[in-house]
Design a protein around this ligand. Sequence first.
Ligand SMILES: Cc1cc2nc3c(=O)[nH]c(=O)nc-3n(C[C@H](O)[C@H](O)[C@H](O)COP(=O)(O)OP(=O)(O)OC[C@H]3O[C@@H](n4cnc5c(N)ncnc54)[C@H](O)[C@@H]3O)c2cc1C
Length: 594
Amino acid sequence: MSEFTAPLVDMRFVLEHVTDVAALTSLPGYEHADPETVSGILEEAGRFFSEQFAPLNRVGDVQHSRRNADGSVATPEGFSKAYQRYVEAGWPAVPFPAEYGGGGFPWLVGVAMQEVLTAANMAFALCPMLTQGAVDMLLLFGTEEQRERYLPKMVTGEWTGTMNLTEPQAGSDVGALTTRATPAADGTWRISGQKIFITYGEHDLADNIIHVVLARVPDAPPGTKGVSCFLVPKFVVDDDGSPGARNAVHCVSIEHKMGINASPTCVMSYEEAVGYLIGEPNEGMRYMFRMMNTARLSVGLEGLAIGERAYQQSVAYAAERRQGRAVGAPAGQDSPIIDHPDVRRMLLTMKAQIEALRCLAYVNAECLDYAKAHPDEDVRADRQELADLLTPLSKAWGTDLGVEMASLAVQVHGGMGYIEETGVAQHYRDIRIAPIYEGTNGIQAVDLVGRKLGLRGGDAMRDLLATIAAIASEATAAGGDLAVIGEQLTAATATLRDATEWLLANGAADPNHALAGATPYLRMAGIVTGGWLLTKAALAATELLAGDRNGFSDEFLRQKVITARFYAQQLLPQAAGLAPAVTAGATDVLDASF
Ligand SMILES: Cc1cc2nc3c(=O)[nH]c(=O)nc-3n(C[C@H](O)[C@H](O)[C@H](O)COP(=O)(O)OP(=O)(O)OC[C@H]3O[C@@H](n4cnc5c(N)ncnc54)[C@H](O)[C@@H]3O)c2cc1C
């Protein structure tokens, strides 16, 4: 059965040499988050999450969460105890603001922790992830009274949170929702309607569940302009802060799914449930857009996390499983399959994609930290813009690669990969949801070409392209192993630049042209962005090899360059292959009949 070890060395490398975790200590509030403290936290998180949650991954897959006849939901054996230990150890609080009892660490640290927790147990990690969404909503838009009442318990994890958007007729089109909110005489609201697919909508892990629910107030304008945001606790909270009367919100069934079986995906019924308005009426969609970046990044991380776990398992299996004789191996002896070049190709593809995704996710998180906490408004706006561009890539490219890496892991295992007991099939089933929820990957691509590409008339993307081109030139100028990386990145950047300009020009003339090319464009942008960050990593590794190694082994640093070169020569050229699909326009897809 699969073991999992947190990839702490590469995580530290990315934190210190691709992002700059030390520089974050100059931001107000993050002074205590020095690299040594961060390393210590991640080491302990790696140990704790691997020990407590990784062994429950398979248990959860087999047992599923189950709804009892009385509407309560039982999580699989061991989940509740592990959750209590997680709360007692203070883990949920680490990235949240100190004023509500959190550790006040940057989101970059939160993301690194989330990577490890998700790799250990994706179905479990969804519970804190959804709580984080609800916490963010209250932090950004809740009243002081609401924050005081709910946040301290949610930050510690004593209470969990959910996000209730989806209804049967309102999936990607959230504006089609019909759940109603009517004002009550006491200033509260009554919420009625049905929500589907609600992650951890009901469970036995915590004393209270705080639902964030999108609903329409009377006379709300149609569509997204008429969506409001409400807080609906499972137990209405008494004045002394303790859970009181049971509210009229119930789980009426839970879904039978392809994966993440331990995560209860609930149909929730609201029957005149007591709710509290968050912010202003009809502003719900604007609020969702504000907090979307963190949630989407968290889902993108699932691709990285499952990729890492599936990769570790594949390397272990490939070293053990013997089949055929590798070229050059002694006669009469089977070789471990890890000696066959095609198996090594699969493993290295996974390794390169994992390292690229880790860089992307951490850089994205670092941007969010600067956008939130930097004292200079211009810096905040600049980092927010880059986060806006990177987030659809983190989410969609990250999760698409997650599925592809899990599939490669099945392939490395051969027939045993298709058999449930190895656990690798579970990764494939689990990760398949990630391109679907939190805005499907198609919607991410539409967001990228429809909203993000147009930022500052296209100059936001042009600035990113200039940053990538500068790193490419640096690598080319460095010569040696780096030169080939730089040359490939220069070529791929030119491809992405041409595609970008084509979309900006032709999308303005007819949006269908941009929409038809959106998904291949997002993939192209992901591939090139990955190339940018792996080149940055290779430059840093080369510099470290030439001087102070900062505690990294020569072999680790040498491997960073090999991985970047493999990516540059064998994966990055895929960007050019996507160009015809990006620039084909919409004629065929619109003319085709089905
Ligand atoms: C396990 C699980 C957990 C979930 N957890 C939650 C949760 O906690 N809270 C919550 O509110 N929801 C949750 N969801 C719902 C999830 O977010 C939706 O399933 C998702 O948003 C897609 O909506 P849909 O299923 O209705 O698909 P649809 O919107 O019907 O989409 C079907 C297909 O059409 C495409 N499509 C739709 N509209 C467009 C468009 N305008 N342009 C291009 N393509 C388009 C989509 O990309 C997709 O490929 C969960 C779902 C699952 C399965």
